[in-house]
Write a protein that binds this ligand. Structure first.
Ligand code: PEP
Ligand code: MN
Length: 397
């Protein structure tokens, strides 16, 4: 035997931090901070998701693609929570089951990116924006330099956003009351492992540790390698977790993820958030077939946004409503054929009166001027409610 062991895979999509303050100092500081959310409130969400996994509720997860720090106040958080509530109301009224309300907010500050750099219209090339937790949107080398002190700002802004929600009595201040399904929970992509690891706290109720940065943490399509450190993080924490699943996911990989993330855990612990785009028609039935009975151990949620991003004639990122609706229908049909319900929907939305997603192919010729997203195109309220209705109808089929 040579005794060679496989080196652990280095984490994907981590910023190359620069700036004056060492990352280790920032991580040390984060480790002293109080938890942003309580273990008890994560457990309350877990119970709601267990109900959803048993077919008694439907998950509605929605919010910005990249949440700006500047939104972390009551004035800006309230409309986001209200839109999530309106989407949930549509689902509840059509399906006749309670909706589990999970915001993509109060911590959605880090973005995985397909490219390291972007070319500006003036010909300059700059590092891409990776979310307010990493760098700034301004098109200057200084703003785009990953700065570890932004991780402290991410913590502070998540705390402010969560306070705004609690003040509005949307979030439970947990002293152990029985949860009801009208509470709003916070979720984000667990991308920056230095941040997430530093915020793991003891879970006194269940033993072990929980990620105290948000109630539900998901692992993105670009970081879900079975032997990678993001999945190891998800395995380590007691929170409910999600994993994005794209069209190239194999049955072997997803099967291994399901086993690792659900073994000995309650039902609803793992949401698989399917984002396959047009290829879903072939790939989801293929994947479910490969998984067989294992598939029923996860809650299956449709993210009809991330496989349907395209550029309009002006180079702006957009998504077509018919593509989005088609993906939800295909997701529901494939799950139904496998004997599983559509467990919920995951959307990028904003209460702002933007037009970032469009209705028809012809709209691709129009330059979108009501566009404020710093990353992916979001549904406005009217569009979000229309998509929610489709998801609800699919669930009923
Ligand atoms: C996202 O949810 O914004 C995202 C980047 O998704 P995915 O990991 O599915 O590409
Ligand atoms: Mn996105």
């Amino acid at each position: 035997m040579t005794g060679a062991t496989k080196a652990p895979r280095p984490p994907a999509q981590q910023p190359r931090w620069a700036g004056g303050v060492p990352l280790a100092d920032v991580v040390g500081e984060l480790a002293t901070r109080p938890p942003l959310v309580s273990a008890e409130s994560c457990y309350a969400l877990q119970r709601e998701l267990s109900l959803a996994a048993a077919g008694g509720a439907v998950v509605v997860q929605a919010g910005d693609c990249a949440e700006p720090f500047a939104d972390a106040d009551r004035e800006r958080m309230t409309p986001k929570v209200e839109l999530l509530g309106a989407i949930a109301d549509v689902v509840e009224s059509v399906v006749g089951l309670p909706a589990v309300r999970v915001g993509r907010f109060a911590g959605q500050y880090a973005k995985p990116r397909s490219r390291e750099t972007e070319r500006l219209p003036d010909g300059r090339t700059l590092p891409v924006y990776r979310g307010d937790a990493v760098n700034g949107t301004a098109p200057t080398p200084e703003a785009r330099t990953p700065d570890p002190t932004r991780l402290l700002a991410a913590y502070d802004h998540a705390a402010l956003a969560l306070d705004a929600l609690r003040l509005a009595e949307f979030l439970p201040v947990f002293e152990g009351p029985a949860p009801s399904l009208c509470l709003t929970y916070a979720s984000h992509e667990a991308l920056l492992l230095d941040y997430e690891d530093a915020l793991v706290r003891d879970d006194d109720r269940r033993g072990g540790g929980y990620g105290s940065s948000g109630h539900l943490l998901w692992i993105g399509e670009r970081t879900r390698q079975v032997d990678g450190p993001h999945i190891a993080f998800a395995e380590r924490v007691t929170n409910p977790v999600g994993v994005k699943v794209g069209p190239d996911a194999s049955g072997a990989e997803v099967g291994a993820l399901i086993t690792r993330l659900t073994e000995g855990r309650p039902r609803g612990r793992l949401s698989l958030i399917v984002r396959m785009g047009p290829r879903i028609v072939d790939e989801l039935p293929r994947l479910l077939g490969e998984l067989g009975d294992l598939a029923a151990r996860a809650l299956w949620i449709s993210d009809p946004m991330h496989g349907n991003t395209r550029r309009n004639h002006h180079g702006q990122k957009t998504r077509l409503l018919p593509d989005i609706e088609r993906e939800i229908r295909a997701c529901g049909a494939a799950l139904r054929a496998h004997g599983l319900p559509l467990g919920g929907v995951h959307l990028e939305t904003t209460p702002e009166p933007v037009v970032e997603c469009v209705e028809t192919e012809a709209d691709l010729a129009t330059r979108l001027d009501r566009y404020t997203s710093t990353c992916d195109p979001r549904l406005n309220a009217e569009q979000a409610l229309a998509v929610a209705r489709v998801a609800a109808e699919v669930r009923l089929d």
